[in-house]
Design a protein around this ligand. Structure first.
Ligand SMILES: Cc1ncc(COP(=O)(O)O)c(C=O)c1O
Ligand SMILES: N[C@@H](CCOP(=O)(O)O)C(=O)O
Length: 476
């Protein structure tokens, strides 16, 4: 399997060649040259598989160059997807399912993706990345300095996956004072020497822009061995494809059935994985993109105009992990939408990267969006509070603010006879203040997490690429 850049000006690479890095050298994002296809017989054989077997079946089609191939990959997957790693299943659910489904009512389910160590769906891919990185670095005898950006959950998932790992340092940029108390405490209370948290005066997009600027400085990147853990890294998206298959098989009896997925969206990585699952042959009816007040993606799927907002117009909301206005992975979808015409992507992203907007009605591209099953909607604070309340009253289930955004839009996009799975992207414990506002009570502590009073380790810095590079140089 070779991977090509959405901008078409980088050589095709193998999985292990792109594993540790982020952007392709031409500034684009990697995608498989062709999506592997699962036949009906293969889908039948996958039905009922354990998560680990499913992950191996899917990922071995995308990863074909781990030296000594299958056995090593199998061991890495088996080490990753264990019940004791994804241990925070609800009472009555089986942690061994890794991503259990919870039926709310007929044809309406939660797909529980947040039972891992940091209580958000990021653990699903990040735990695998941690093990893949460790394996690759040992093979190559190399070290890595990860530069990442977080709006709340990628940071903690990455730091918990990488803490204490030999030869790995993590530099994590987060928007200063814009994450929940729990999310902030999760990262700044880590005492590990290989973890550096940098709170940037700005929004998540400023942090992500810095990561991309560093990634595009090829000399700096090579000299300082900079690696990526955000969803610009293909391995993150690849790992997320698996749970769409798991969710599909959990709620269907045969492959003639289709299901829809509602995905709380920000950087478009999660729903992009759903798109790829669909391209690989999973019978998906709709991919429902749900945003909060930062509704750039909803605007696109309704109008065909992609108009990323600047920092001043990116709102701080009660679903802060989705406070994103420039969705990295949207470029991956647009590459497919325009028939993998890289010159077109370069032209479009030339405008986007310069702070402009693009209209995909021109050229007739937007009319093709329906062929990919995408629909969208947005939610706001009042909608989120209402959804959390109603879900608690009606089903006795407490959901977090991001999942509430997803459920709100899912209910608008539901069609009779088609099961709708809402991706549960974080646990409510991470957003206690919002849950108290909605329900008048704290979320049940179904986890062992206690935010103690450990010393806080973080730097506050301006959104200044040169200053961040200097910080990295001084600490690698
Ligand atoms: C809890 C939560 N929900 C939803 C999202 C949005 O996911 P994506 O950025 O993959 O669209 C994020 C962050 O990425 C998140 O942390
Ligand atoms: N919502 C994320 C932001 C980064 O997204 P990623 O999928 O590109 O890592 C977060 O919570 O940090």
């Amino acid at each position: 399997m070779r991977y090509i850049s959405t901008r078409g000006q980088s050589p095709a690479q193998s999985f292990t060649e792109i594993l540790l890095g982020g952007l392709a050298p031409d500034g684009g994002l990697y995608l498989p040259e062709q999506y592997p296809q699962f036949s009906q017989d293969e889908l039948n054989a996958m039905r009922g598989m354990h998560y680990r077997d499913l992950a191996f079946t899917i990922l071995s089609r995308l990863i074909d160059d781990i030296p000594a191939a299958a056995a090593d990959l199998r061991a890495i997957i088996d080490k990753t997807y264990r019940a004791d790693v994804y241990a925070y299943a609800r009472a009555g659910q089986n942690a061994e399912d890794i991503t259990p489904t919870l039926k709310l009512e007929d044809d309406l389910y939660l797909l529980s993706l947040s039972n891992g160590p940091t209580l958000a769906f990021k653990d699903m891919a990040m735990q695998l990345l941690g093990n893949l990185f460790e394996y690759m670095l040992a093979q190559k005898g190399e070290t890595i300095n990860i530069l990442g950006a977080t709006s709340g959950d990628t940071g903690s998932a990455a730091e918990y996956a990488m803490r204490g790992k030999q030869g790995v340092k993590v530099f994590m940029l987060s928007p200063y004072q814009k994450m929940s108390r729990f999310q902030t405490a999760q990262i700044v209370s880590l005492q590990d020497d290989n973890i550096y948290n940098i709170a940037v005066k700005g929004v998540f997009d400023d942090c992500q822009d810095i990561v991309k600027a560093v990634s595009n400085d090829h000399a700096f990147k090579a000299k300082n061995k900079i690696g990526a853990v955000n969803s610009i890294n293909w391995a993150r998206v690849a790992a997320q494809v698996v749970y769409y298959f798991k969710g599909y098989f959990a709620v269907t009896a045969d492959n003639a059935q289709r299901v829809s997925f509602a995905v709380p969206s920000g950087n478009f990585g999660n729903v992009c994985a759903g798109h790829i699952a669909r391209m690989m042959g999973l019978p998906i009816a709709k991919l429902v993109v749900a945003t909060n007040e930062n509704d750039v993606l909803d605007e696109f799927f309704k109008t065909g105009v992609y108009r990323p907002r600047g920092s001043a117009n990116t709102y701080h909301t009660s679903s802060p992990s989705m406070d994103i206005s420039k969705a990295s992975n949207f470029e991956r979808f647009v590459f497919d939408l325009v028939g993998r015409y890289a010159a077109k992507v370069r032209e479009l992203w030339g405008k986007v990267d310069a702070g402009g907007s693009v209209d995909l009605n021109e050229g007739g591209w937007f009319a093709k969006v329906a062929d990919y099953g995408f629909v969208s909607g947005s939610s706001n604070h009042a909608n989120g509070m209402q959804t959390i309340r109603v879900t608690h009253e009606r089903y006795g289930v407490t959901i977090d603010t991001h999942t509430a955004d997803g459920l709100k839009v899912a209910l608008e996009q539901r069609r009779a006879g088609i099961p709708m799975l809402v991706l549960e992207t974080a646990l409510p414990a991470k957003f206690e203040d919002a849950i108290v506002e909605a329900l008048g009570q704290k979320p049940n502590a179904r986890t062992a997490w206690r935010l103690g009073s450990l010393p806080q380790r973080f730097e506050v810095m301006e959104a200044d690429v040169a200053a961040i590079k200097q910080f990295i140089v001084e600490h690698v």
